[in-house]
Design a protein around this ligand. Structure first.
Ligand SMILES: [Zn+2]
Length: 218
């Protein structure tokens, strides 16, 4: 048999095999599936940027600072105004040269009665030192955290605002972690203290979310 005859035979065999595959007959082409029309509310950029600006107006949000407490209260009140059931999870965090600093995860539940739940996460603290800054003079100063901190919080608040105006039949837990970004690279467990604390707290909770998305540096 010449080589091109062999190739024709193989091609023919594949075509026949495909045509006789019983699974193929039951599969519906994706284009033929009729999905309900999803309503996707519009994210307002001005609103999201306002939420960033507001956080920066409180100053740095390092646990233990004045700006930290002001930001906590503002996030809580904003979420309550969108109809969320808000709780504060307090814990003590030790980081860099600080010991047992009061820290607060903020948990806001939308549609608390819904069994099916997802979670959206961001951290709201800002880092105590900018040790990797290109400018050497800034390396022992706190970061402003417009991107690393405020942007994730702003995205979640904007989603919460839109959920109030466009209710859905789904439970959504907005979880704002604290003391996430105060770690020391020589000890990995010193990072993400708020999320470690929250994860342990929901281990045996039957209403914990099925899945989640974390926004950091968004
Ligand atoms: Zn971060």
């Amino acid at each position: 048999m010449k080589i091109h005859h062999l190739l024709i035979l193989i091609s023919f065999t594949i075509v026949v095999a495909c045509k006789t595959d019983p699974k193929k007959e039951t599969v519906t082409e994706p284009s033929a599936i009729k999905l309900p029309k999803a309503i996707v509310p519009k994210v307002e950029e001005d609103s999201a940027y306002f939420f960033i600006e507001k956080q920066l107006s409180f100053g740095v949000r390092v646990p233990g600072s004045d700006g930290h407490l002001k930001t906590r209260d503002w996030i809580v009140n904003t979420l309550k105004s969108y109809g969320a059931e808000v709780t504060i999870q307090e814990f003590k965090a030790s980081f860099l040269n600080k010991k047992d600093v009061p820290s607060y995860n903020i948990i806001a539940r939308m549609n608390p009665g819904e069994k099916k739940r997802i979670a959206l996460f961001a951290h709201w603290d800002t880092r105590l030192i900018a040790e990797k800054d290109k400018n050497e003079a800034l390396r022992n100063k706190p970061i402003q955290g417009a991107v690393d901190g405020a942007s994730g919080v702003a995205a979640l608040l904007e989603i919460a605002r839109l959920m109030k105006a466009n209710p859905v039949n789904l439970g959504v837990d907005f979880v704002f972690f604290d003391a996430e970004d105060q770690g020391d690279d020589s000890a990995t467990e010193t990072w993400c203290l708020g999320s470690q604390f929250w994860s342990k707290s929901v281990q045996n909770d039957s209403s914990k979310p099925e899945m989640g998305i974390l926004l950091d540096l968004s």
